[in-house]
Design a protein around this ligand. Sequence first.
Ligand code: NAD
Ligand code: MN
Length: 346
Amino acid sequence: MVKVCVIEGDGIGKEVVPEAVKILNELGDFEIIEGEAGLECLKKYGNALPEETIEKAKEADVILFGAITSPKPGEVKNYKSPIITLRKLFDLYANVRPINNFGIGRLIGKIADYEFLNIKNIDIVIIRENTEDLYVGREKLNDEMAIAERVITKKGSERIIGFAFEYAVKNNRKKVSCIHKANVLRVTDGLFLEVFNNIKKHYNIEADDYLVDSTAMNLIKNPEKFDVIVTTNMFGDILSDEASALIGGLGLSPSANIGDSKALFEPVHGSAPDIAGKKIANPMASILSVAMLFDYIGEKEKGDLIREAVKHCLINKKVTPDLGGNLKTEDVGNEILNYIRSKLKG
Ligand code: NAD
Ligand code: MN
């Protein structure tokens, strides 16, 4: 039986993850182990990621993560983000972030706008390096200066770029684009781009590269120009939040953090303190992360059924306020669950 360590975290993590677990249990037999992490956990035990949670995560085959609230800068000494720690600990080097509008249109703003914005399919997959770059946590403060080290390794670049091309081949994608800033960051991004240019020769698939700043513009202006994107950690972090706006925002953006022996699934969004406790968070990103979990364990048809159920809710405007609807988190979870049940019966 597949063991799943479920870490809800803080804020809306506690509201969306239970809906995702409902879908998980409906479609399979899993052993669920619950673990605590985040700011509340830090206040309770003095540790945002207790050893007990790490042990549970080690024991599990996969991790389902919600979101955590970070303490304010300076509030906690030597704070380490639990999610970054988990990514590093299990070497979850590939962060896969699909941006898909299910062919419905540009889901910007309210659902009433779906019909007006007649844009082509948006189907982009951002593959973000997940262990290096400015997120290695090497920051120093001298008297007059704060310095952050940016680490890009050849090995790290080879495995993420190799992962992106393999992903593209397996999923019948047409193109892989490398996003970088090698015109200025000539050494670090220079290395990343050089590795990309070497690896692309081994694949019979279109490959190109763009600078990150103009990409930020083109993602909005010409999103249909992109297919698979491979990029470094911080650019991938920022571009994926940006791209989520094309499909209705963070409430619809799932992700997978994949390593060689373990994977963690989580919505791209954070704990959303502005809406936490109101029970109006969109659970779709977390539920779509469960779909990615099924893909990962080799049950893609169950992943596809979940995606079909989400699309059904979008088309029928069974959505939370972020998409202009008036349903609660739990109502959307139940709509998706009922659709899945009706399909399983039929
Ligand atoms: P956020 O993603 O939590 O929220 C950004 C905006 O999107 C907010 O207006 C929020 O209401 C909205 N939003 C996000 N998810 C939504 C959903 N499912 N349904 C409806 N609306 C949604 O980002 P933030 O506000 O910049 O950060 C809040 C906290 O989350 C911070 O402490 C940050 O450090 C943390 N964070 C954690 C993670 C993680 O756990 N992986 C990721 C990002 C941010
Ligand atoms: Mn982020």
